[in-house]
Design a binder for this molecule. Structure first.
Ligand SMILES: [Zn+2]
Length: 760
């Protein structure tokens, strides 16, 4: 494990197979695809930032890297991807093996270039889109959270405001002291031209040929733009006074009806306005939505309360009335935003579903942030919003205008990316015919990306077979190069280059060579993204069957056993926790979707699809720590047997953190022992998990929900749902254990079956 973490600390990459199965057939037998989870702009304090442009191979355009073979005498470098010989330009004349440029240092496989003169002065743009069809109390929470956020905006950023309910209001913030708004009907989609017309951008003047700043393409002058997008430093007062005056949607809502809420029309207007004003610059639409969309092309349910909001059952039976129409609308919006280079962030705060499942495509393709909470007053929302604008060491590192490209050795093709990006449809020899996620391209747009954004790349090995002579040679290397152009949060354009080399093996005996290179955590995360993706796009897909088949296949290929003898079965340490990961993945929110709403499922998957391996593993298999008087805090088995009356448990399931007091601990706490000076150690025992939970919460975005509960209390279900139900099967052996009445199998039974099937 440790060496995979070291590789990640150097390059921001984890691969399921670090020794690569070298032929198509061999890779197929490995079940888990050759794949990488890559964090393109992971911060590395010691990474060099080169103040010049990269050297590129004149044939394949890949960038000079430590794996290039250099002939110092002839001043030539050979590209490891296409073997092209390239001459060094004159300014590399002094190069020698004692005088290497940084990009050839063996340890700088990940490096960044900052091209001089390319620094952009474009300010970041925030377009706030506010739902006002919410109750007064929520309105108050939302306003207070926003005015706090406005205070944290970067001074140079531009800010705009749109509010919506029955109608859409575009606020003209630059109109001096008189508040002015443009009103649009919520039921009808407005085209960009209609929008420009109605907002009288060209009133009494001809369409100017050129603009001053980024709106030039549409001929908008900076004067027009500054009516709607004002520098944060100038508009704080205007924005706050608009917010102060803002009240909930005034239109009456009949008792048997839902409020009118034209979410899609508002978002469409926001997108068109940004498209007209600041195309190509790093702009974010931040949507704050407090209930289901009931009007316009993106409506998810009718206003009639007798019609329930779609459930997973409805989606499964394809009987959700509005679903396809809404998704189609948001797909088109995603396309528009990607074209403009803009991001959609979603803050969905309601007890009801609001349509996250439908909006998912637009958020994910543009690399937007998503936060789901019960209320605008909940800490999950309030603290997450603060984190977005917080600077300092907890900075999210929001960046924009990213383009991600890859190069690979010629025996490798790319099936696609599962993660927050959009295909740029750059087809070429690198593209596989099999498409997974955003595929059929070797370049992707990442409108928004941050320090933790992690892409999952799925590769295909195309080499058919290999001549005997090369088998088992140690010189068999595959190369991968990841290029990320992006606008750094400082405003300047950067290029991050990561070049990787991995040994490949094939032929007899190669199974033994593959084992040490297997990263079971990365593999589990790849399988989690894949199974979620397949559940969304393949009709009749059976995730449990698919996962079980994959696991059995892996175990029979890489396990040690005598045929037909389950008791002889064992796995190397490299594979030993993989069955447990798959067991927990089967029981997770990603696969057991019927325990959640479609909005929740979409939310969980969007976060899974953008997080790194370590965080994703926690989502699949929560961590459990036990606190007691007998010992220091220690990891506990994710099993009901870990529950004890005199222990406190801290469960981290990523989205939720649970502090669970055993019944005796709970009694003592209720009796107030921790407040008595002679019971200081008890007070410390109570406090320790609180401190550890706080440390996790501070690091994480979105901020997780904290549940504090007692054994036998109703909230204890948040813990019990995540524990292995071992006691269902051997209920007498664990005193103090809580029995889960469930029909899913325990891990012991699962492992038993697995061993029997693997040795067949
Ligand atoms: Zn080349």
């Amino acid at each position: 494990m440790a060496e995979f973490l070291e590789l990640e600390a150097q390059d921001g990459v984890r691969m399921a197979w670090n020794v690569v199965p070298g032929t198509k057939q061999e890779a197929g037998n490995c079940v888990v695809p050759v794949s990488a989870i890559y964090t393109p702009i992971k911060p590395f304090p010691n990474m060099p930032l080169l103040p010049y442009a990269p050297l590129r191979c004149r044939n394949c355009r890949s960038v000079l890297n430590p794996f290039s073979i250099v002939d110092f005498a002839a001043k030539i470098w050979i590209c490891p991807f296409c073997f092209q010989r390239n001459h060094f330009p004159p300014h590399y004349a002094s190069i020698s093996d004692e005088n290497l440029p940084a990009e050839l240092f063996p340890q700088y496989t990940t490096i960044e270039y900052q091209s001089p003169g390319e620094g952009s002065s474009l300010p970041p743009v925030f377009m706030f889109v506010l739902d006002t069809s919410i109750i007064e109390e929520e309105m108050t929470f939302l306003k207070s959270a926003l005015s706090q956020a406005i205070g944290l905006l970067p001074e140079n950023s531009l800010v705009g405001l749109i509010t919506f309910g029955t109608l859409v209001h575009v606020h003209e913030l630059g109109f001096g002291t008189m508040p002015k708004t443009y009103v649009f009907k919520g039921s009808k989609d407005v085209s960009k031209d209609q929008l420009l017309e109605q907002m009288s951008f060209f009133l009494n003047k001809p369409r100017p040929a050129t603009g001053v700043i980024a709106g030039a393409r549409d001929g908008l002058s900076s004067e027009s733009i500054s009516r709607f997008l004002l520098p944060a430093s100038e508009c704080e007062f205007a924005l706050n006074s608009v917010l102060e005056e803002l009240s909930k949607d005034p239109w009456p809502v009949p008792v048997e009806q839902r409020a009118t809420r034209c979410t899609s029309t508002a978002l469409s207007i926001a997108a068109s306005l940004l498209g007209a004003c600041v195309p190509g610059s790093g702009a974010r639409i931040m949507a704050f939505i407090g209930g289901p969309s009931t009007e316009g092309p993106g409506a998810i349910v009718s206003k009639n309360l007798s019609e329930p909001i779609r459930s997973h059952k409805d989606l499964d039976k394809d009987s959700a009335l509005h679903y396809h129409k809404a998704v189609k609308f948001y797909e088109a919006l995603a396309k528009q935003l990607v074209h403009q280079g803009h991001v959609l962030d979603l803050f969905a705060c309601a007890l009801d579903q609001v349509g996250v499942a439908e909006l998912k495509v637009a958020v994910e393709r543009t690399g937007g942030l998503v936060v789901l909470a019960e209320s605008f007053g909940h800490s999950v929302f309030k603290d997450s919003l603060k984190r977005v604008f917080q600077s300092g060491d907890k900075d999210l590192g929001l960046s924009s205008n990213g383009i991600f490209e890859i190069n690979c050795s010629k025996d490798i093709k790319v099936q696609g990316i599962l993660g927050p990006c959009a295909s740029l449809e750059k087809k070429g020899p690198l593209c596989s015919d099999t498409i997974v996620g955003q595929g059929s391209t070797s370049a992707w747009k990442m409108c928004g990306l941050d320090q933790s954004t992690s892409l999952c790349l799925i590769f295909e090995i195309v080499k058919k077979d290999i001549p005997d002579t090369t088998v088992q040679s140690t010189g068999n290397q595959f190369y991968f190069q990841f290029l990320t152009y992006y606008q750094h949060s400082s405003g300047e354009m950067r290029l991050r280059v990561t070049t990787l080399s991995r040994r490949w093996v094939a032929g007899p005996g190669s199974v033994q060579d593959l084992i040490p290179g297997f990263d079971q955590e990365a593999a589990a995360v790849v399988m989690a993204r894949l199974v979620s993706f397949k559940m969304e796009i393949e009709a009749e897909f059976d995730p449990i069957r698919w996962l079980d088949k994959a696991l059995i296949h892996i175990c029979s290929r890489f396990g040690n056993y005598q045929k037909e003898s389950p008791s002889s079965f064992s796995l190397s340490p490299r594979f030993s926790i993989f069955p447990q990961f798959i067991f927990n993945l089967r029981r997770s929110q990603f696969v057991q979707v019927f325990n959640n709403s479609p909005d929740e499922t979409a939310y969980f998957r969007m976060i899974l699809n953008r997080e790194n391996v370590t965080n994703s593993v926690v989502m699949i298999q929560p961590s459990l720590i036990s606190y007691s008087f007998q010992s220091a805090p220690e990891p506990a088995l994710l099993d009901v047997a870990s529950i004890a009356a005199d222990k406190i448990l801290l469960l981290d399931s990523y989205f939720t953190i649970v502090i669970f007091h055993g019944s005796t601990i709970a009694q003592w706490r209720k009796a107030g022992y921790h407040n008595q000076p002679e019971h200081q150690t008890f007070a410390q025992l109570l406090q320790a998990p609180r401190d550890d939970a706080d440390a996790i919460i501070k690091e994480r975005f979105p901020v997780p929900r904290l549940v504090i509960c007692d054994q036998h209390g109703s909230q204890a279900r948040f813990l019990l749902a995540k524990l292995n139900p071992s006691a269902t099967y051997n209920s007498d052996s664990h005193s103090g254990g809580d029995i889960i009445f469930t029909d899913d199998v325990s891990f012991e039974v699962f492992l038993d079956h697995l061993q029997r099937l693997a040795v067949q």
